[in-house]
Design a protein around this ligand. Structure first.
Ligand code: SF4
Length: 312
């Protein structure tokens, strides 16, 4: 059969980041060293295929530490936890392994430092996201979560001259900039970084730049609760593509492909490459028989797996 002229452009970099690789290998290592079951508080990373795969190997995911038997091994997810959660695990007699991504850990350190210096700390991020909850819970008070410009306009602090902010690691810079501008007008002495967006989120979003001129449709492989995957879709849409988030090829609605000649495929930081390859095969069988993989920024960061915390 001849070529149809329909094309797939595969974005780069895409998929697993160093923090997700570390969290998954931490669980795999714990299963090997200590045997199943291994407990994990919340989803280790926000991807249903990863979670189901680890469940099949003997991992039990829980939403409350009370469901973990005394003396069992419990891993904290890549999103990080509050100090209260760490204390609770200790009081329940659990053996814990901290799977928190080190880049989230550095945001924790920043919040703790600002708080110790007497600042009200604003966390720019999503309410109820586990990373934000963990970051907010690193200190005992004077922490406010800001998701919208309206919240930035209304937040009340103790002393307007002592305000600092950090951000969730998986946002997009556009969203942060408008909130920081609002906060800076209200609190001219506010302290904070340009953002705490991690390298993996930034690189995946930057790869979307200008693709709107070349692609009609964007498919982001990633689960619905994955923050960085959602932001990736939004950034792609801002560049001009119609974007959808899919867990795998079964989520593709054939109506999306009508009148589409070029599809961009990328993957959030918690989505395995195998899922991307399955999507490519699915589309290749449906006339998308031309293929181009973008050059992308090389990522070399690797984190060692986390180990069992010593019990005091
Ligand atoms: S997306 Fe960024 S912060 Fe989150 S786990 Fe990956 S490297 Fe760490």
């Amino acid at each position: 059969m001849g070529k149809t002229g329909k094309k797939i452009i595969l974005a780069n970099p895409r998929g697993f980041c160093a923090g997700v690789e570390r969290a998954i290998s931490t669980v795999q290592l714990a299963l090997k060293q200590y045997g199943p079951p291994i407990y994990v508080l919340h989803e280790i990373v926000h991807n249903k295929h990863v979670v189901h795969g680890l469940e099949r190997m003997g991992t039990i995911f829980v939403d409350d530490l009370v469901d973990v038997p005394r003396n069992a091994i419990c891993i904290f997810s890549a999103h990080g936890v509050s100090v209260a959660t760490e204390m609770r695990a200790k009081s329940l007699g659990l053996r814990t392994i901290d799977g928190t991504c080190p880049l989230v850990g550095s945001v924790h350190n920043m919040v703790e430092k600002y708080y110790a210096e007497g600042y009200d700390v604003l966390i720019i991020g999503y309410h109820n996201h586990p990373e934000v909850e963990g970051t907010a819970g690193r200190v005992a008070g004077n922490v406010h979560v800001i998701t919208t410009v309206e919240e930035a306009e209304q937040v009340e602090v103790q002393d307007g001259s002592k305000v600092a902010y950090v951000t969730q690691t998986t946002l997009s810079q556009d969203d942060i900039t408008v909130i920081v501008e609002t906060l800076s007008q209200r609190f001219p002495e506010i302290r904070g970084p340009k953002s705490n967006i991690c390298y993996a989120t930034l690189n995946r979003q930057r790869a979307m730049r200008d693709l709107g001129e070349r692609c009609d449709l964007l498919l982001v492989v990633g689960s619905k609760n994955s923050s960085n995957s959602n932001r990736l879709r939004e950034v792609g849409e801002r560049s001009g593509m119609r974007g959808y988030l899919i867990d795998d090829e079964h989520d593709i609605d054939m109506n999306w492909l009508h009148n589409v000649s070029t599809i961009c495929i990328t993957a959030g930081a918690s989505a395995p490459e195998q899922l991307v390859q399955n999507v490519i095969r699915f589309l290749q069988k449906r006339e998308f028989d031309q293929f181009e993989e973008m050059d992308g920024k090389e990522e070399r960061l690797i984190f060692e797996p986390a180990v069992l915390q010593s019990r005091k």
